[in-house]
Design a protein around this ligand. Structure first.
Ligand code: ASP
Ligand code: MG
Length: 418
């Protein structure tokens, strides 16, 4: 068996390798693809293994992180790669499993969220020359100093896309347990429909807004290297899934809808600093201090000043709420503020769509829809292809449903290819 002219990367998430039956199923997919291409398989840990390992770690040492946690978490993917390689061999095709470090993944040194610095391709190349299907452990690598690292939860998508780029793969298929990317979470809105196409830009917005199908960093990488990225189901491999394509290709299609998807983020909290002085340097002081404490700020509003004072409100990740509040209280005197309020009962609902470009009226439809449903908007932020509203968490599900209806996402939201 010799090396083929083209290479593809197939990534299988935890649910696609959850048990021996699943592993046999994905092995068949890999073997079928290997008739035409060199195949590099990337797997996640089986089922909920990573969660279980984190639970175990917390039992032994609550809140532990860093080096030892990486040592532990990296074991999850070692189980799935070796089993997958065995299953492929049993079906009659040569295969080899490689850990992240054997596969040449060199990362930066920050444990639990390391970024990939480089992939040394020689080892994988050697196995591809032999005609073997190479099964690589996702989510892990090694530093220049030989320390094991992991890439952050969901990071095996990023491992797969990085391999696709390093090996100039024709395609990178991300196999999961759903049919592809949906207009919104099908568990929230039962009429949610699968999209045939979505642009990298829309996917980045949706992924970072909590649509869990793809790791946001993997989409950023795929966009940067223009990787042909697909999300499909390992349970229905005959289906095409969702193709993630460039914004330009998306624009070249006749977009029939302004909005591609609706995302919900319930992992943020709101901080409001009441009655601060309206003078230069206040915002810089507030956000400078938050930055020093490594707190990411998302939405920000500042009210119109009256009598030389105004209010500043912003959102932060929920787990950082108490720290953010404490940081603001600390500087309250310097900014002449009266008090700091924190609220974790909020949610951010967003619409995303390449079809919004050059189409007026989308924002007003969104606001009108929320107002008709009696939902109050606390903050608004926009970008070229996204509008987000901060609302009460109790209204979140209803908001997603009414917005999904208003933009008619239940009907085919398919762009017509011209
Ligand atoms: N097993 C890791 C996790 O659960 C990596 C991944 O699945 O992408 O986060
Ligand atoms: Mg995943």
């Amino acid at each position: 068996m010799a090396r083929k002219a083209t290479t593809i990367v197939l990534k299988f998430g935890g649910s696609s390798v959850a048990n021996s039956e699943c592993i046999e199923r994905i092995s068949k997919i890999a073997i079928r693809e290997s008739k035409e291409h060199n195949v590099i398989v990337v797997t996640s840990a089986m089922g909920k293994t990573t969660n279980q390992l984190i639970d175990l770690a917390n039992q032994v040492c609550p809140g532990c992180d860093g080096r030892e946690l990486d040592m532990l978490l990296a074991t999850g993917e070692l189980v799935s790669i070796s089993l997958a390689a065995m299953a492929i061999q049993k079906l009659g095709h040569p295969a080899v499993s490689l850990t992240g470090w054997q596969a040449g993944f060199v990362t930066e040194s920050s444990h639990n969220k390391a970024r990939i610095a480089e992939i040394k391709c020689d080892r994988i190349n050697k196995h591809l020359e032999l005609g073997e299907i190479v099964v690589v452990a996702g989510f892990q690598g090694i530093t220049e100093d030989g320390e094991v690292t992991t890439l952050g939860r969901g990071g095996s998508d990023t491992s797969a896309v990085a391999l696709a780029s390093a090996f100039k793969a024709d395609r990178c298929d991300i196999y999961t347990d759903v049919k592809g990317v949906y207009t919104t979470d099908p568990r929230v809105v039962k009429e949610a429909t699968k999209l045939d196409h979505i642009s990298f830009e829309e996917m980045i917005e949706l992924a970072s807004l909590g649509a869990k199908v793809l790791h946001p960093r993997s989409v950023e990488l795929a966009k940067k290297y223009n990787i042909d990225l697909r999300v499909r189901s390992s349970f229905k491999p005959e289906n095409k899934g969702t193709e993630v394509i460039s914004l330009q290709r998306m624009k070249d299609m006749e977009l029939t809808k302004a909005v591609t998807g609706v995302a919900l983020d319930t992992k943020q909290a709101k901080i409001a600093i009441i009655s601060v002085a309206d003078r230069p340097g206040i915002a810089s002081k507030v956000f400078g201090e938050l930055g020093k404490n490594k707190i990411n700020v998302d939405m920000i509003i500042q009210s119109v000043p009256r009598d030389g004072i105004n209010d500043i409100a912003f959102t932060v990740p929920r787990e950082d709420m108490e720290t953010a509040k404490a940081v603001c209280e600390e500087i309250l005197k310097d900014i002449e503020g009266s008090k700091v309020e924190a609220d974790d009962g909020i949610a951010k609902v967003s619409i995303v769509g390449a079809g919004m470009l050059n189409r007026p009226g989308v924002a007003s439809t969104l606001f009108e829809t929320l107002s008709q449903a009696g939902i109050n908007i606390q903050m608004i932020s926009t970008s070229e292809i996204k509008i987000s509203c901060l609302i009460d968490e109790a209204d979140a599900t209803k908001a997603v449903q009414v917005i999904h209806d208003a933009f008619e996402l239940e009907k085919s939201s398919e762009p017509i290819i011209v």
